[in-house]
Design a protein around this ligand. Structure first.
Ligand code: ATP
Length: 516
């Protein structure tokens, strides 16, 4: 299936099955804002739990906080967001569509890279075992020409970003003949800077209101509380502070569903370390975070690191973890070595010392910080795109049928088991209800007695329920039920009394955390 088709179907599926709805849909929605439905909210909670436990539960030296969304406006002066949290925007005069200039160039580079990959894949297929990829890349004229083109754009682009040279960004777009995907023309405006922070007012106008911002990242709530946590928790370096919370950005380009939203949620952890040790910790956290992603079992080949070309003003190393979405490899998480920039800025703007007294070195200093920052919503999209699957099934009469199944890892699935009486009589519903009643304290269970058993299975497949329990007449005789597995569709007869243990072993997040 073409990747665009897959993505379109995925978005429709999320809506149809209660995962994600457009926000205020009855008023035609609000661009780049979404609501999570009954299953989406459960999945989101499970993702957050996986992250929180992996940070706070598994690390003695990491604690979690929950800071407010509103912060004193000077916070954002100090952090640099008021002056520098900008994206370069460009408009196409014909379609009147607005784009991020850097994204247009990055997409252009990705297309060139794709051409190279296609060429290599073709040759790989042709030459089989004997294929020497390194040599091919060094000698094939088409690959070389494209690589040279890519390198040239790359160098210019990195320099333009580093110099904040907006005219050069536009020139790169013109020189590379990048067209608007809607109008197909190259009729571009100049590139301008656009600040992404939302603002509002606090207090009534009578007693003098104050302009404040909706936080564009959760990290600053951690920095301003650094000493509060360090002192009250008697934390010793190195230690981390984790937080999950909403963030807001007035994104210029709001496409790709929940990949880029204006209101979203972040899971961030700031790890405070001794100056000079930060690059070792940076490598450590890069590896640990990659492990966290790959433990979900969606295939190591679908993840990669992407080191940053342009380091933010506060960083001395930065990298993204990218996942292969249906629309290409894209960032899911950022890992940044933020030096002592933020704490020093807050020290300067607040006039309060933001230093740590190191008892071993018998001196005070401002710690350095490694940050891991991941979007809950983007992680949600990653999981759901990896899990969505359309399968051809052979029926007994020889015809084929398709089933849509969400192959969610059991620990993350919103509903863990559905309990179904085969028929709505002979006491079977009562047994099913009793099973739900007994198991609902441990798992999210659903009772379903509508439609044929086959249709009920399909409904559960579509929302990703890993286990279906069916009660039939044999249950009355021997207290056994069938357990049907979502992925293999295999069925097994087990005693009712065993259900809790069987399911607990498979859905408990402990086994996932133990992989880390
Ligand atoms: P991008 O380059 O995609 O705009 P970014 O580099 O600005 O992202 P960070 O500031 O590093 O992103 O934010 C950390 C994480 O927060 C990202 O890796 C992503 O998962 C998430 N995130 C950032 N912006 C958004 C958004 N608008 N919608 C959803 N998630 C977001």
């Amino acid at each position: 299936m073409a990747q665009e088709d897959l993505f379109r179907k995925l978005v429709a599926h999320c809506k149809e099955y209660g995962y994600v709805f457009p926000s205020s849909e009855i008023y035609d929605g609000l661009s780049a804002v979404y609501d999570y439905g009954q299953y989406g909210a459960e999945l989101k909670n499970n993702i957050k739990k996986y992250w929180w436990d992996s940070m706070v539960l598994l690390h003695e030296n990491i604690v979690g906080i929950d800071a407010a969304i509103f912060m004193h406006p000077t916070t954002w002066k100090a952090s640099g967001h008021v002056d520098a949290f900008n994206d370069p925007l460009i408009d196409n005069k014909d379609s009147k569509k607005r784009y991020r200039a850097d994204v247009l160039i990055e997409e252009h580079m990705a297309k060139i890279e794709e051409k190279i990959t296609k060429e290599v894949d073709k040759a790989k297929e042709k030459f089989g075992e004997a294929f020497d990829e390194k040599k091919f890349r060094e000698t094939n004229p088409r690959v070389l020409a494209n690589q040279a083109k890519l390198d040239e754009v790359h160098t210019r682009f990195a320099k333009a970003l580093n110099d904040s040279n907006l005219a050069e960004l536009k020139q790169i777009i013109i020189d590379n003949e990048i067209v608007c995907p809607i109008s197909g023309t190259r009729n571009w405006t100049d590139v301008r800077q656009f600040n992404l922070m939302f603002s509002t007012e606090i207090g009534s106008t009578a007693d003098g209101s104050m302009k404040i911002f909706l936080r564009p990242e959760t990290a600053q709530g951690i920095f301003v509380n650094f000493l509060n946590v360090q002192k009250t928790g008697r934390m010793k370096l190195p230690f981390g502070i984790a937080q999950i919370g909403k963030a807001f950005r007035n994104e210029i380009v709001a496409r790709q569903f929940i990949f880029r939203m204006r209101e979203f949620e972040q899971m961030e952890m700031q790890f405070f370390v001794q100056p000079g040790t930060e690059l070792d910790w940076f490598r450590h956290w890069k590896e640990l975070r990659m492990k966290w992603h790959q433990a979900l079992g969606f295939g190591a080949e679908n993840y990669r690191f992407h080191d940053h070309e342009k380091l933010a003003h506060y960083a001395n190393a930065a990298c993204d973890i990218e996942y292969k979405f249906p629309f290409g490899f894209k960032e899911v998480e950022g890992i940044h070595s933020r030096t002592d920039f933020d704490l020093k800025q807050h020290q300067q703007y607040s006039g309060k010392k933001m230093q740590y007294f190191d008892p071993e070195r018998n001196e005070s200093y401002v710690p350095f910080v490694i940050e891991t920052s991941i979007g809950v919503d983007r992680m949600f999209l990653q999981i759901i795109s990896a899990a969505y699957c359309e399968e051809e099934l052979k029926k007994e009469d020889g015809t084929t049928d398709t089933r849509v199944v969400l192959r969610l890892p059991s620990y993350l699935a919103p509903v863990k088991l559905a309990v179904m009486p085969l028929v709505k009589k002979d006491g079977l519903p009562e047994i099913a209800e009793k099973i739900v009643h007994d198991l609902k304290f441990d798992f999210n269970c659903q009772y379903d007695d509508k439609d044929s058993i086959g249709r009920r299975y399909r409904r559960q497949d579509a929302i990703g329920t890993p286990y279906c329990i069916t009660i039939d007449h044999q249950t009355i005789e021997d207290q056994t039920v069938t357990i049907r597995y979502r992925d293999t569709m295999a069925q097994e007869r087990v005693k009712i009394g065993q259900l809790k243990d069987i399911i607990a072993e498979k859905v408990n997040i402990r086994s996932l955390l133990k992989k880390l």
